[in-house]
Design a protein. Structure first.
Length: 640
């Protein structure tokens, strides 16, 4: 008998679905493969990046199964094509003075040779891979200082490697500039600090980082292979771009910065280099359909605005652009090719937006729109518009949410029962779990995997220990993963199968968030992060104020506890505060991430308190710690 926990082969229904898609696509078109390989100088030596202790943070060898051109029947053929494209790695020359390091992380690092040193655009996810990428460049070009680091936007795979290419001292001294778009630190704080724990857990499903790479596991992430491991860092910007278009001279080169807020990230910008004829579109024009709201979660992006900024970039820079680069994937060469690609990307995002809104105004519901909406052939037949990362399906739901919220308008869905009691009712109405499973097995044999996963959701929330339901749901998720063209959908389905079969992975304890990240965000964001961790049960009936004096920045904060809620006013000192704390920002960060206690900081002299010191100690005792590995596929014990 087959072990129910073992990954299965592709079913006949899956094989038929993948053959059907393959027959509709032009696999003879090899333009993307030629562009992905163009300008290749050197690959990553051995395909591995490791720490000084030998811990691997990047390993391309695990994807050797992608070698060759043959199909793999457990991978959607279109996704397999993208997975092979994303294997191109190493150092590439783009044009005179412009280089890219690709395939060493999810994102690229662009390196431009200025008059005196280097201009880096983005620095990947972790310090280790960023350092390795820069060293790979120095193996083939003169070793020169970094004169500028430019963050294109506020996602971690574009700033997390900062300390691998620069030091805070170099930025603080003016030896190097650090550019970022307006609102960068606020966006970093909002996404990565306040919601960081939940997003990190959900990202395990989106990127498949805890899946084993292989024909029945993780093959790609759409934007690249996967996110690198290692040390996430952040060096605060020294120069903020605030005008819609600003020209700066950076190490002898003119750069036209073009702000594009509210597009792929809340804070994002493009760059045009008039001396080089190079347009960098950050992450707003990658050769695929991007996300309006990624599976990990984020603020819902506005595809109407996104399309507008693509159109604006074409009008401003298209006629002067010889090469288009982005911070994922490979470049596009030739003015006509660049303009055509940007125009189709412009229409891609606008089409999904407009048609969702049109059907929404006819009274269609999110799931109905997602099922019916498709791209016109002029877009769907272009490999660079296909949904390897975002999909038309979940992007249309994001548009609906942006305009009309989560609520579909039917009062039956206004205040439904929570998942567990609703599931118990559903299963009871269906005749019990045994009857549901019998029908679900028949539907599985008929290839109705979407429905099997949907109906077994209720069985598992009614009884999360039902082993037969877990195994059948895992098998259904697995087949859905094998059929998925989107890398993120494949990862989500296959990781769901893995967790149902083997349970939630227990990860080693680690700080809630990177101290570097908390050290760079606004002080108000730090206090907001304290506030979202407050457990009301631990402060019932309490009321107080604490004055904080952060000496290294000469910042003063009045923090108030009232109505089981923490608030703060920046710059205020309250006369009726029960305690006044004097310390530095880095000490406050250490208290927040649990690297130090109030007692330890007091004993070491890093913190002083006048007034009632027990109030300060009590504050940190009231805060929740977050377990990142919370239940997703079944209800947590607190909901049963």
């Amino acid at each position: 008998m087959t072990d129910p926990k073992t990954p299965k082969q592709a079913s006949e229904a899956t094989l038929a679905a993948n053959r059907g898609l393959a027959g509709k696509l032009n696999f003879a078109d090899r333009d993307d493969f030629e562009n992905a390989a163009r300008g290749h100088v050197a690959s990553l030596d051995g395909g591995v990046i490791a720490t000084e202790r030998g811990t691997k943070v990047w390993d391309l060898n695990v994807y050797d199964f992608l070698d060759g051109d043959a199909g793999i029947d457990t991978i959607n053929p279109s996704l397999l094509r993208m997975a092979r494209l994303n294997m191109h790695n190493g150092l590439f020359t783009v044009t005179d003075r412009v280089w890219q390091v690709r395939g060493l992380d999810l994102a690229n690092m662009t390196i431009i040779e200025g008059d005196q040193g280097l201009i880096l655009i983005d620095c990947m996810t972790t310090a280790e891979v960023a350092r390795a990428g820069l060293e790979l460049f120095f193996e083939h070009r003169p070793r020169r200082p970094v004169k500028a680091l430019i963050y294109t936007h506020s996602h971690v795979d574009h700033y997390g490697g900062a300390r691998g290419v620069l030091t805070p001292e170099e930025a603080a001294s003016g030896a190097a500039q650090v550019f970022a778009p307006d609102g960068f630190l606020e966006a970093v704080g909002g996404e990565n600090v306040l919601a960081g724990n939940a997003m990190t857990r959900r990202a395990q499903f989106q990127f498949g980082g805890l899946l084993n790479p292989g024909p029945r596991g993780q093959v790609d992430a759409g934007l690249g292979k996967v996110t690198a491991r290692g040390t996430i860092s952040l060096i605060a910007p020294t120069d903020i771009i605030v005008q819609p278009v600003e020209r700066h001279m950076v190490d002898g080169l003119a750069i036209d910065f073009h702000l594009a807020p509210g597009t792929e990230a809340p804070a994002e910008m493009h760059m045009f280099f008039p001396d080089l004829g190079v347009l960098n579109m950050a992450e707003n024009a990658t050769p695929l359909l991007h996300n309006f709201c990624p599976l990990r979660g984020s603020e819902v992006r506005d595809p109407r605005i996104w399309s507008h900024f693509l159109a604006d970039a074409v009008e401003r820079f298209g006629a002067k652009t010889e090469v288009l680069i982005c911070q994922h994937h490979w470049p596009t060469w030739g003015r006509e090719n660049v303009t055509g690609f940007l125009q189709r990307q412009r229409d891609l995002y606008k089409h999904i937006h407009d048609q969702t809104v049109r059907l929404m105004n006819h009274g269609w519901r999110p799931a109905e729109i997602a099922e019916a909406l498709d791209l016109p052939p002029s877009l769907a037949d272009d490999w660079r518009m296909r949904g390897y990362y975002g999909t038309v399906s979940h992007n249309s739901k994001a548009v609906f949410q942006r305009y009309l919220s989560w609520y579909d308008g039917n009062p039956a869905n206004l205040n439904p029962l929570p998942p567990v009691p609703a599931a118990r009712k559903y299963v009871d109405y269906m005749g019990g779990a045994a009857d549901v499973l019998a029908k679900a097995r028949a539907d599985f044999d008929a290839g109705e995997y979407r429905w099997v996963a949907q109906v077994l959701y209720h069985v598992l929330f009614a009884d999360p220990e039902n082993g037969d339901a877990r195994h059948l749901a895992a098998d259904a998720f697995e087949q859905l993963g094998y059929q998925a063209e989107s890398a993120t959908w494949r990862n989500a389905y296959l990781y769901a199968a893995q967790e149902l079969r083997h349970g939630v992975v227990k990860l080693p304890p680690r700080p809630i968030l990177s101290p570097d990240l908390l050290g760079a965000v606004a002080t108000e964001t730090l206090f907001d992060f304290i506030a979202v961790r407050l457990d009301p049960a631990k402060c019932a009936g309490m009321s107080w104020r604490i004055n904080w004096h952060l000496t290294d920045r000469e910042e003063r904060v009045c923090q108030t506890l009232a109505n089981e809620t923490l608030t703060q006013i920046m710059g205020k000192v309250a006369d009726d505060a029960l305690a006044t704390v004097t310390t530095r920002r880095d000490v406050l960060v250490a208290l927040i991430v649990g690297k130090a206690t109030v007692a330890e900081a007091l004993e070491g002299g890093a913190l002083t308190v006048t007034g009632d010191g027990s109030v300060v100690t009590g504050l940190f005792d009231m805060l929740d710690g977050f377990d990142m590995q919370f239940d997703i596929l079944t209800p947590g014990p607190e909901h049963l």
